[in-house]
Design a protein around this ligand. Structure first.
Ligand code: ATP
Ligand code: BTN
Length: 318
């Protein structure tokens, strides 16, 4: 833990985007220049683009605005834990699920084991994106969870539109797309028994200004900096997304999917386009026709309109 706190202090200093000498950083932290150099390597391993110039010191490739627990907490009504370096924000909440208040949030600057659906990796470099998870106790039980995950996606895109950020679309079941590239992903994980309340962890990763090593990403991706020229305040955006999630989940508990089908279809990235659904070894091709009230995806094939639902389905444009 102490090791992390030294790296975080170094990053706090480097965040201004200026040069800082190894000697100065060492003095500030009471460690040697060699120790600073070792910590810089660790920082690079978190995916941060930091370089050194002889005689000048260390510098970030671009300034960094770090998340701030107090600023965030002042803007939201739910308990919030900012843990800068973590395995996975979803995992953190899942491990504590029975002691949490519904609505509790976990945020991180870096995830060593960020994950997507079906255990795939979510590439999570330090300080340039958002990684946030919220715990929600859903009285409707597991049956309500599918619709809920779609509602969350719609609510997030609508919140972005309110901030003047246009052009973000949805890919069933819960990805945010910009110009056919993945901008953000939502992962809903749950624990609960049939017939009782479901304990859900809703995780979202959104790319803001991704830098550093992105080799682990196996499909086209996008960043918010491509979508808008606005200088996005990470703390403001994180708080806005937390409030959006909380409102959407409350609304879903009260009214379910009512009204959401049209809201989803307006934002559907593939509506009217040729797609295929991949289900294990099986594929179905046709034209995307949006979603239904159960949260299933509709595809028009030669046999007519068919509905598919379930966590094992992948949708791909053709
Ligand atoms: P589907 O579930 O429909 O197959 P998917 O292809 O988006 O959707 P997921 O199961 O959601 O796949 O897994 C995450 C995917 O996101 C992986 O393909 C991975 O390469 C990609 N990915 C990982 N990190 C990022 C990131 N930071 N930004 C965009 N995409 C990412
Ligand atoms: C996907 O598209 O497959 C979903 C990606 C979800 C990533 C987020 S980042 C915050 C939370 N913690 C994780 O480990 N995953 C989710």
């Amino acid at each position: 833990m102490k090791e992390h706190s030294i790296k975080l202090s170094i990053l706090n200093t480097l965040a201004d985007g200026n040069f800082h000498s190894g000697e100065g950083l060492g003095e500030q932290l009471g460690i040697s220049r060699a120790a600073v150099s070792k910590h810089i390597k660790g920082i690079q391993a978190w995916g941060v683009d930091v370089f050194s110039v002889q005689g000048k010191g260390y510098k970030l490739a671009q300034p960094m605005q770090l998340l701030n627990q107090q600023r965030l907490q002042d803007k939201v009504n739910v308990p919030l834990a900012l843990i800068p370096v973590i395995d996975s924000t979803n995992q953190h909440l899942l491990e504590r699920i029975h002691s949490l208040e519904s609505g509790s949030v976990c945020l991180a600057e870096y995830q060593s084991q960020g994950r997507g659906r079906r255990g795939r990796e979510w590439v999570s470099p330090f300080g340039c994106n958002l990684y946030l998870s919220m715990y929600w106790r859903l009285e409707a039980g597991m049956a309500g969870a599918m619709g809920l995950s779609l509602v969350v996606g719609v609510a997030i895109v609508e919140a972005m539109e309110k901030l003047g950020i246009e052009g973000i679309k949805l890919k069933w079941p819960n990805d945010l797309y910009y110009q056919d590239k993945k901008l953000a992903g939502i992962l809903v994980e749950m624990s609960g028994q049939a017939g009782s309340a479901a304990h859900l962890v809703i995780g979202m990763g959104m790319n803001l200004r991704m830098a550093g090593d992105t080799q682990g990403i196996t499909q086209p991706w996008s960043c918010l900096s491509e979508v808008t020229e606005q200088d996005i305040d990470r703390n403001e955006l994180a708080a806005e997304l937390i409030n959006t999630l909380e409102n959407a989940l409350n609304e879903y508990e009260m009214s379910g999917m009512q009204g959401f089908v049209e809201r989803w279809n307006r934002l559907d990235n593939f509506l009217g386009r040729e797609i295929k659904l991949i289900m294990g070894n099986r594929e179905v091709s046709g034209v995307a026709r949006g979603i239904n009230e159960q949260g299933g995806v509709l595809i028009e094939t030669e046999q007519g309109i068919e509905t598919y639902i379930g966590g094992e389905i992948s949708l791909r444009g053709i």
